[in-house]
Ligand binder design. Structure first.
Ligand SMILES: O=C([C@H](O)CO)[C@H](O)[C@H](O)COP(=O)(O)O
Length: 194
């Protein structure tokens, strides 16, 4: 039986999904897990955690903010109308693949000036964001303007943005394992107005 156009599309989709999963797997194999693990005590000891990221990176940070809230941490998303002033004892968890996105660098500058710790998740330790950070976790992914395709075949910073979400979910799972609160208890904190 001959292949239909829809068979061809399904095969292409399947191949792309496998490639995306493969790229994330390869990234995980290159990760410095000690460097990432150092984020955990900073989150556990923070008075409050503020998350910031732009565009798709910001969406990954927002998703992580919900999970940290489920764990019982006091978490705010920078830019929301109810987000208060950051200060000493707080942590700004800043995601930026490039480390140069101006709103994120500005937020890090202000957070550091207010005495907060800045924890950066980025692709590099050589950036304005990294220079302001107390701690940087490096995800070896392409930056959004790296269109060469050597690090990732995906468009722009897609691999970075996916890996931020995966890494922050791994951080959540680890913190949850240490905390031990049953899932039913965590679920009581989930939004009941959605
Ligand atoms: O939305 C984004 C874009 O689609 C790149 O793939 C980025 O997440 C956004 O522009 C922020 O960039 P970075 O600060 O470099 O992560």
């Amino acid at each position: 039986m001959s292949k239909t156009p829809s068979d061809a599309l399904s095969t292409t989709l399947h191949n792309h999904l496998e490639q995306i999963i493969r790229e994330n797997q390869q990234l995980a194999e290159k990760l410095d897990f000690d460097q990432v693990a150092a984020i955990l005590p900073l989150l556990q000891q923070a008075n409050r955690v503020f998350v910031v990221g732009a565009g798709r990176t910001g969406l990954a940070l927002k998703a992580a903010a919900m999970r940290l809230m489920h764990l019982g941490l006091t978490v705010f998303v920078v830019g929301e109308t109810t987000t208060p002033a950051i200060g000493s004892g707080d942590v700004l968890l800043a995601g930026s693949g490039s480390g140069t996105t101006s709103s994120i660098v500005k937020a890090a500058e202000k957070a550091a000036a207010a005495g907060a710790r800045v924890v950066a998740i980025s692709t590099t330790t050589s950036s304005p964001l990294a220079a302001l950070a107390t701690h940087v976790a490096v995800l070896p992914a392409a930056q959004k303007q790296d269109h060469g395709g050597e690090i990732s075949a995906q468009y722009a910073g897609s691999l970075f943005e996916q890996s931020v979400l995966l890494l922050l979910d791994a951080i959540f799972q680890t913190l949850w394992g240490l905390d031990g609160t049953p899932a039913e208890e965590l679920w009581k904190r989930h939004a009941n107005l959605e």
